[in-house]
Write a protein that binds this ligand. Structure first.
Ligand code: ADP
Ligand code: ADP
Length: 235
């Protein structure tokens, strides 16, 4: 689902100082593989997610997402690729949702018309909201939900488009254990049902333990100490 080759990203600040956020990263994520990215603050985790999402163009290297060469796509093609193939849960919950739309509307807007009937879409939206524990808040505007509720709504919205790839930045950071577990289950269900690949930045042991593969990032480098949990995936 994802291939990164010699992926390098250098930020340049106002004084011209350069920060190498990612340094020749090689990463391969298969369809249906669930990857945790761990590492200290400033290691380059968020940068990697924004590059995978095509939100920022890398300084050098190659990124292929579900068969599309992200680096060479036009802005318009990138927008289409994101809408069709990607689900994103950014770190700031409020930025993932439309504040004045209700929880249910947020999910409905993210669903694709495709093959489902209106009734099927409505049922799927209700199911997604229930699976993140928001069924009772479905008709509240997103801005009136708590941080943790917005974070769970963000995941429901991200999965509503049935993405090939889900990118999530600390999706459980504001959740207690129980709602965090619900979020993990929902991500794994998408992987089981539709082969969604998961790339999840997390400091939460419960999350990384539930995924297949863990990569550590330090100073922009993907660590050789990464290991594979599920032997069946092979590498
Ligand atoms: P992490 O998500 O692991 O905390 P980041 O990807 O946010 O790491 O940051 C990696 C490095 O790039 C850090 O040194 C950070 O200070 C720097 N960095 C991140 N975003 C920017 C930016 N917009 N401009 C300049 N430097 C940045
Ligand atoms: P969570 O565990 O999802 O973060 P909280 O414990 O923060 O939820 O919130 C508990 C209840 O308080 C929820 O029903 C939520 O609707 C309500 N609530 C929390 N923050 C706000 C807010 N800023 N505006 C309106 N209601 C809020």
């Amino acid at each position: 689902a994802v291939l990164c080759e010699r992926l390098t990203h250098i930020y340049r600040d106002d004084e011209g100082t350069e920060v190498t956020a990612l340094d020749e990263v090689e990463l391969r994520v298969r369809r249906g593989e669930a990857v945790a990215l761990v590492g200290p603050s400033g290691a380059g985790k968020s940068t990697l997610l924004t590059l995978l999402a095509g939100l920022v163009r890398p300084t050098a290297g190659r990124i292929v997402v579900d068969g599309e060469d992200v680096v060479s796509l036009s802005e318009r093609a990138l927008l289409r690729m994101r809408a069709r193939k990607l689900g994103m849960v950014l770190q700031t919950p409020g930025r993932n949702v439309l504040p004045y739309a209700t929880a249910r509307q947020n999910v409905a807007f993210a669903q694709r018309s495709g093959t489902l009937t209106r009734a099927e879409r409505r049922a799927e939206a209700a199911e997604l909201l229930e699976s993140v524990g928001l069924d009772e808040h479905a008709d509240r505007p997103a801005r009136l939900l708590s941080g943790g509720q917005q974070q769970r709504l963000a995941l429901a919205v991200a999965l509503a488009g049935r993405p090939a790839l889900l990118l999530a930045d600390e999706p459980t950071s504001q959740l207690d254990r129980r709602t965090g577990d619900a979020v993990i289950s929902l991500m794994l269900a998408a992987r089981e049902q539709r082969g969604t690949a998961l790339v999840v930045v997390t400091h939460d042991r419960h999350v990384s333990d539930a995924l297949d593969t863990e990569y550590a990032i330090h100073d922009g480098r993907l660590e050789a100490g990464s290991w594979l949990r599920s032997a069946s995936l092979g590498h």
